[in-house]
Design a protein around this ligand. Structure first.
Ligand code: UD1
Length: 419
């Protein structure tokens, strides 16, 4: 069992290049399946979830290799349409391959994605939308079989909620379909823009990505290209939280400030100085920080649910009382009990959390139950007094490239312990 051992209290200082976005790399890799020949994705983060996506591609007959943050896919001969249950279970986002496989082969067989640490995560919107595109879907014993006898046909799809994954699946399925597809109430997350930009570079005709209405004109085929994965806005939020817990001063390089506006606004309200020259963010935090009134997680451009936990870690020692309403996922406060072990004063009731800032947190043995909650424990531990051991590191590794090396380079006392 691996653990992160952190001796808190070191003020973080320095500059760091932010990794490529996990939540973009996964749908981009699925998108590569649709491009004939070779596609090169640069700034691809070296993460266990990215490797799982590569294994799915390989299982489908696509050659996918990964080296030095570059994934290279070659789809010649990629005729597979079944994704094994073992790979589906490894990560929830494997569901985004459904649209891509359908777009490529006109059929797809897969199982429900793995159980999720954030509460129930149904895929009803994905299924309803794909049916509207002409896909016949049957489900038996957890296995989903899809065929489209007449091919994918453009349709007008009104999403009941701007689901990120459903929007991506529709784009991937429809991009090489027949006619025009309109997605209304589409997710507007920057990762959607990134997927459209990759597909357009491969020859697709997608307009409006990043807005609520996306228009896709089906094209006959896509060709390979070279594309750079967008920066990870949630990793950026995590560094900001660590700057806040340690009273540090960090420069985050290669991030689009606009994409994290809702998060920087919260840190500014806490009293941090944030400066955003082109493609970077400089944040300076003089402690103690102030509590904030109310954070509501919302679809983009609202405050991202993925940044909720790390910002909570920063608020745990802010002066005053803060409140968070988690509106996206039902079960996203599993880090709270662990922060409380470290001395935080946080109470939850349903979707609401009330954080009464304490003067300091103390090192403890804590457990990550999921990715972002795990990152929150690391951010809290970096500012805490004494030693913290964070277990459940495999969750953190899903989203952060060698987190101990990244924070170590900024002056943190952090190491990975094996066994
Ligand atoms: C993506 C992100 C995840 C982020 C989330 C919200 C990836 C790999 N993951 O997840 O990190 O937290 O967006 O920004 O990009 N829902 C349904 N039915 C559906 C689909 C979704 O009820 O068919 C619900 C979900 O249970 C959830 C909400 O809609 O409550 C948002 O989900 P969605 O936007 O689809 O998130 P994901 O794409 O799963």
């Amino acid at each position: 069992m691996q653990r992160l051992i952190i001796k808190g209290g070191k003020r973080l200082c320095g500059e760091i290049k932010v990794q490529g976005a996990k939540n973009s790399a996964l749908p981009l890799l699925a998108g590569c399946l649709l491009a004939e020949g070779r596609t090169v994705l640069t700034r691809c983060p070296e993460l266990s979830d990215v490797f799982t996506a590569c294994r799915i591609l390989n299982e489908l007959g696509c050659k996918c290799s990964f080296r030095d943050n570059t994934a290279v896919t070659d789809t010649s001969g990629a005729e597979g349409f079944c994704i094994s249950e073992a790979l589906m279970r490894e990560m929830r986002s494997s569901i985004v391959f459904m649209g891509a496989v359908l777009g490529r082969t006109g059929k797809c067989e897969l199982s429900y994605p793995g159980g999720c640490e954030l509460g129930p995560r149904p895929i009803d919107m994905h299924i309803t939308a794909l049916r509207q595109l002409g896909v016949k879907i049957s489900e038996e014993h957890g296995r989903i079989s899809c065929v489209c006898p007449k091919g994918i046909r453009g349709a007008v799809i009104d999403l009941p909620f701007p689901s990120v994954g459903a929007t991506e699946n529709i784009m991937l399925a429809a991009v090489c379909g027949e006619g025009e597809t309109l997605i209304r109430n589409a997710a507007r997350e920057p990762e959607i823009r990134d997927l459209a930009a990759l597909l357009n570079r491969c020859g697709a005709d997608i307009r409006g990505a990043g807005c609520s209405t996306i228009r896709i004109n089906g094209v006959k085929s896509l060709h390979g290209c070279e594309y750079e994965v967008m920066p990870d806005r949630i990793a950026a939020a995590t560094y900001m939280a660590a700057a806040a817990t340690t009273g540090g001063e960090l420069g985050l390089l290669g991030v689009n400030c606009e994409d994290v506006r809702a998060v920087t606004a919260v840190f500014e309200e806490m009293g941090a100085a944030v400066y955003c020259p082109e493609n970077s963010i400089f944040i300076s935090c003089a402690r103690p920080l102030r509590a904030v009134r109310m954070i509501r997680t919302m679809p983009y451009p609202g405050f991202p649910t993925d940044a909720q936990a790390v910002v909570m870690a920063a608020l745990a020692t802010a002066r005053g009382s803060s409140m968070i309403a988690e509106n996206i996922f039902e079960c996203r406060y599993r880090h709270v009990d662990e922060l409380v072990r470290m001395g935080a004063d946080i109470k939850t009731s349903g979707r609401t959390a009330v954080i009464q800032g304490v003067s300091r947190l103390y090192g403890a043995n804590v457990m990550a139950h999921e990715l972002r909650g795990g990152a929150a424990l690391v951010a809290a531990a970096l500012g805490a007094e004494g030693m913290t051991a964070v277990s459940g590191v495999q969750y953190i590794d899903r989203g952060y490239e060698q987190i101990e090396r990244a924070f170590g380079s900024l002056g943190a006392d952090i190491r990975r312990a094996f066994g």
